[in-house]
Design a protein around this ligand. Structure first.
Ligand code: BG6
Length: 476
């Protein structure tokens, strides 16, 4: 029998997006924006992008109608990012046209009563900055701080909720470990250096924000997947511990507790994998002295199943060191629920486990679910005779996740909202438009947006501030 589960009053309901994934209408940067690493990927590594399609949502032009669509779903909030390459195309001068776009966009949010949660960076490095060395470069840090200063001075009062980073581990691992993002390098130490610089930048940017107004809130968006070990053996448990340390505690600990995970540092240092020019004491001092996170956004899509690394671990060849060979191995468990289109396990209960971990180990830091969603290929097959997509799988997916969010809140989690990725089908870094996530379908031929069945479902959920589900059918 279904029961109703109510969310707390004032719950944040909405969606997350990112500039590079929705603003463009093709590979040519428009209106004064400069090229990013994604244009370079498209130009030089075309084969890495599914079907060779570049982003074409054209939110840059359609933001008013798209925000109205958000309002139509009863959203009270939305996560947006600024494009650094649009605001400061060469890192120094301001592109007035770009600034005007964000002025208008934020005016529109205001008009519609949608609170924007704003990010400075969402995987979209300007190409010139990457050519200087990206997040491994001190010079790039200086440029980024100037950009942050500009944004906070201009837009600081547009929202209380700020963040420099979205899923920082993703950019570290994709750029320097597993070759998914430009420059597609394999260099463990560059990854660690970027990781430490990201933490450092967070601290410096927080100071800039708080100097302007101490009441502005600084958060971060982390994909804090709990690692599930293959077994209870000490080796598997240790692998899970290392996996969590490298995947998310490497950011959560410095920015909430003021210290980088010591065990991870000791292990990497002892094996000669810690970069020599990174003095951990210096970084820890900065973390300790800096103002801690005001809130955390959690992006949750799938699990991290791990086992102890197999075979002899050889740390001597620095070029071959990788987290998923030297600290843990990925573990493919048979018979689990999968989203085959993305290759991701569907495990709603992990969202509860994560919220519980934050409650118990991170002082129940104010948090919300900032991204969660399900990308499905070829949704056309679910189109009904009236021409609309009936995405019941998306409704079930979100409903189940929301149940576990509700349960965590019921048990004391400070989770205060749920943002779905992403309300209109959007461009994905490598899968392009293959997997669709939206409550609205994007027609690539006409650029039209059309509601799917889940659109009216979520609208009702938000209106009632509750979900309806049969608890007995919930899988553990
Ligand atoms: C999150 C990112 O990791 O996952 C988004 O913040 C991304 O930018 C989303 O699009 C879904 O992943 P993908 O690779 O299927 O687009």
């Amino acid at each position: 029998m279904t029961k109703i589960f109510k969310f707390p009053k004032g719950f944040w309901w909405g969606s997350s997006t990112s500039a590079e994934q929705i603003e463009p209408s093709g590979n040519e940067p428009e209106a004064g924006k400069s090229k990013t690493i994604w244009n370079a990927t498209f130009d030089d590594y075309h084969h890495r992008i599914f079907d060779g399609e570049y982003a074409q949502n054209n939110f840059y032009v359609k933001y008013k109608e798209d925000l109205q669509r958000a309002k139509d779903l009863n959203f009270n909030s939305i996560k947006l990012s600024f494009s650094w390459a649009r605001i400061m195309p060469d890192g120094k001068s301001i592109n007035e046209e770009g600034v005007e776009f964000y002025d208008n966009l934020l005016d529109e949010c205001d008009k519609l009563g949608i609170v924007p949660f704003l990010e400075l960076y969402h995987f979209d490095m300007p190409l010139w900055a990457q050519e200087m060395g990206g997040w491994t470069s001190d010079e790039v840090i200086e440029y980024f701080l100037e950009y942050a200063k500009f944004i906070f001075n201009r837009y600081g009062d547009r929202t209380p909720y700020w963040s420099a980073w979205n899923e920082p581990i993703v950019l570290v691992e994709c750029q320097y470990w597993y070759q998914f993002h430009y420059p597609f390098e394999v260099n463990f130490q560059k990854g660690i250096k970027s990781m430490m610089n990201i933490n450092k930048i967070h601290c410096l940017v927080t100071k800039i924000l708080k100097d302007i107004n101490p009441d502005y809130k600084m958060g971060i968006y982390l994909n804090i997947t709990p690692a599930i070990p293959r077994s209870d053996s000490p080796e598997d448990l240790q692998a899970a511990k290392f996996a969590e340390m490298i995947q998310w505690r490497s950011f959560a600990d410095p920015l909430i507790k003021g210290k980088f995970p010591q065990e991870l540092y000791n292990h990497l240092k002892a094996n000669g994998a810690w970069p020599e020019d990174i003095d951990i004491d210096e970084y820890n001092k900065l973390f300790e002295e800096s103002q801690k996170l005001d809130f955390m956004g959690i992006n949750y899509y799938t699990t991290l199943r791990v086992k102890a690394p197999e075979g002899e671990i050889d740390w001597s060849d620095k070029e071959k060191v990788l987290p998923n060979t030297h600290l843990f191995n990925d573990y493919k468990k048979e018979g689990i629920r999968m989203n085959p289109y993305r290759g991701w396990e569907v495990h709603p209960k992990s969202i509860y486990d994560m919220l519980t971990t934050l409650k118990e180990e991170y002082n129940n830091i104010p948090c919300f679910i900032a991204e969660n969603g399900m990308g499905v290929e070829n949704e056309d097959r679910f189109r009904n005779e009236k021409g609309f997509i009936e995405d019941d799988y998306r409704i079930d997916f979100i409903n189940e996740h929301l149940y576990w969010v509700w349960k965590a809140i019921e048990e004391g989690s400070s989770c205060s909202g749920y943002h779905m990725w992403s309300y209109i089908d959007n461009w994905s870094w490598l899968n392009s438009y293959k997997n669709r996530y939206g409550f609205y379908e994007l027609d690539l031929k006409t650029n039209e947006r059309k509601p799917k069945k889940s659109a009216s479902w979520i609208k009702g959920v938000i209106k009632n501030n509750s979900i309806e589900i049969d608890e007995e059918k919930i899988q553990l």
